[in-house]
Design a protein around this ligand. Structure first.
Ligand SMILES: NCc1[nH]cc(CCC(=O)O)c1CC(=O)O
Length: 312
């Protein structure tokens, strides 16, 4: 019997719902005989909003409940921002598809200032990630960088209420929410190196679910797959996963023959920022990721990450 229904497990946040609906629409367009349903649910990561993510278990919090629904047969696939997908998936799950990446950058949003460089001394900058925090502090030690959690709409609301002079968010998330007119300035990768996988959607399935994986196949984007694999191999070699002060961004170069990967690790307070970059053949993204991770480790990346986790 062939597959007639695919159920997508999704978080209930507006961004997650948009992403699930986007994949739902693409799958229905590809396979007119197929019914695609959404199974919305709340996750721990959405419920606990008062603590920085790094302290409560990191990225895994957003995906665990979705995986439980898949393993219990309440859903078949989960759509994720690749940025939120842990580097190692639990046994029994696979990530057969990474869709085309559009905007990988971070965005500067403010009601008062036109760009990051225009922020006056001591301005209050809100961000939800150690990676953005570390780069902002390294560039501008004088800024008052404060933690900012919640979904995109909540974060914008806090800024509009005057709690922050400016905030940094993912460009892709703002575009999906049709909030991109609020972007005052797109941060270059030099100013704010993106998170591993930022801007790309991934689809998780049960391992070996061949029939469903075949239906998803046309959504797979080869170039994004290769570059994001290099980024994830770098992160994975440095650290098992979770929310960490790591940036990684790969692009194809030399007519698609090679991948250029840039990465950074640092102290969240911005006092130490290690960078590495390297070009390697597109035929082996993992080797490039591992090589760049080794370049960071030689500079002391492990010690920094250990400190962030209070493991030393
Ligand atoms: N952590 C939340 C999250 N997960 C994915 C995105 C943006 C979309 C993407 O990177 O694909 C966001 C919002 C943000 O970081 O501002």
């Amino acid at each position: 019997m062939s597959q007639q229904v695919i159920r997508i497990a999704t978080r209930k946040s507006p961004l997650a719902m948009w992403q699930a609906e986007h994949i739902q629409a693409r799958l229905e367009a590809l396979h007119p005989e197929l019914t695609v349903e959404l199974v919305p649910m709340s996750t721990q990561g959405d419920k606990i909003l008062d603590t920085p993510l790094a302290k409560i278990g990191g990225k895994g919090l957003f995906v665990k409940e979705l995986e439980l629904a898949m393993s219990e047969g309440r859903a078949d696939i989960a759509v994720h921002s690749m940025k939120d997908v842990p580097m190692v998936l639990p046994k029994g799950f696979a990530l057969p598809v990474i869709c085309e990446r559009h905007a990988p950058t971070d965005a500067f949003v403010s009601n008062k200032y036109a760009s990051f460089d225009d922020l006056p001394q001591g301005a209050i900058l809100g961000t939800s990630s150690l990676r953005r925090e570390l780069q902002a502090r390294a560039n501008r030690p004088d800024l008052d960088v404060r933690s900012l959690r919640g979904n995109i709409q909540t974060r914008m609301g806090k800024m509009d209420a005057g709690e922050y002079d400016a905030i940094l968010l993912a460009t892709s998330g703002l575009q999906r929410m049709e909030l991109d007119e609020r972007i005052r300035h797109e941060m270059t990768p030099e100013m704010s190196l993106p998170a591993v996988g930022q801007g790309a959607l991934g689809i998780e399935t049960r391992e070996g679910d061949a029939e469903i994986i075949k239906l998803l196949e046309p959504l797979k984007h080869e170039d994004t797959w290769n570059t994001v694999r290099a980024e994830r191999a770098m992160n994975c070699h440095l650290e098992g996963g979770c929310q960490v002060p790591i940036g990684g961004y790969a692009v194809l170069v030399d007519n698609g023959e090679n991948i250029h990967l840039r990465a950074l690790v640092g102290e969240p307070d911005g006092t130490v920022l290690l960078r590495a970059e390297k070009t390697g053949p597109v035929s082996d993204p993992e080797a490039l990721g591992v090589a760049v991770a080794e370049m960071l480790i030689e500079q002391g990346a492990k010690e920094i990450l250990d400190k962030v986790y209070n493991r030393t």
